[in-house]
Design a protein. Structure first.
Length: 189
């Protein structure tokens, strides 16, 4: 009788272990598929940005890395928030995944989506991205948000800041976009 009980427990343990491993594998495959889709979307957004904006194209030649958030959703009514996920590219290849999140308050109402790309121009700025438990835009290395007019005249000859950020693909009904107050955090790989 003891042998039968042990066999049943052993059989149930094996089934449980199999189900657990199968669940973990399925979750890992789902995360991997999401990451592939995010990489493709970020790469496509980056290519469109450097094709359409001469300043981004110029900076892309000298940037050590580019962090691309292809789609960020922002919404608010007095109190607002935004969130998006992106990919860090070094020498054209993905090396990390990040989220950006922020909160705001004031006279605001509406919702919109947009993307942005951050060009890291030196080692100090790139090190700041991973130095703490999140990179706060507006704290640490200087970040210049490039508008369309500046984007046309920006070259590597006059680019002297740590990080340049380009906002693109704006859609929705919310006045103004700012990066200040956002926190960028590395996602688990």
């Amino acid at each position: 009788m003891k042998t039968q009980v042990l066999a049943q427990i052993s059989h149930k343990s094996r089934l449980f272990l199999f189900a657990l491993v199968a669940g973990l594998v399925a979750a890992a495959q789902s995360i991997a598929a999401d990451r592939v889709a995010l990489e493709q979307e970020a790469s496509r957004a980056y290519q469109q940005l450097v094709t359409r904006t001469s300043g981004a194209r110029s900076l892309s030649r000298d940037a050590l890395a580019v962090l691309v958030f292809p789609k960020i959703t922002k919404a608010g009514f007095v109190v607002g928030g935004q969130y998006g996920e992106g990919v860090l590219f070094v020498e054209g290849g993905p090396v990390g995944y990040y989220s950006t999140a922020g909160a705001s308050w004031g006279l605001q109402a509406g919702a919109q989506q947009f993307g942005y790309a951050m060009f890291f121009m030196n080692h100090k700025s790139l090190a700041a991205l991973s130095a703490n438990e999140g990179f706060e835009v507006g704290v640490g290395p200087s970040v210049v948000v490039v508008d369309q007019g500046m984007g046309r005249s920006l070259t590597t000859m006059n680019a002297k800041e740590d990080i340049y950020a380009f906002i693109f693909s704006q859609k929705g009904l919310m006045a103004g976009i700012g990066l200040q107050g956002n926190k960028i955090t590395r996602l688990n790989d």
